[in-house]
Design a protein around this ligand. Structure first.
Ligand code: ZN
Length: 72
């Protein structure tokens, strides 16, 4: 009976080690970090850089504001 309990304990330890190692190999979900932000040169809205419409070194929040250009 003691041998059976020891066998179960060894299995539990191996299972825990396998789970821990598989969790460590997975990349953390927040690895990308904070998203880069930019500002629309026409209306001043802050929005993600990835959605920017760029023209002549300026970022715009949409195609209409790119056509209207930098607000003077
Ligand atoms: Zn805009």
């Amino acid at each position: 009976m003691a041998k059976f309990l020891l066998f179960i304990a060894v299995l539990a330890v191996i299972y825990a080690l396998l789970r821990a190692s598989s969790r460590r190999s997975r990349p953390p979900p927040a690895a990308r970090g904070p998203e880069a932000m930019t500002q629309c040169a026409h209306c001043g809205l802050h929005f993600p850089k990835a959605e920017a419409v760029s023209d002549a070194g300026h970022d715009y929040c949409n195609e209409d504001h790119r056509r209207l250009g930098v607000r003077s």
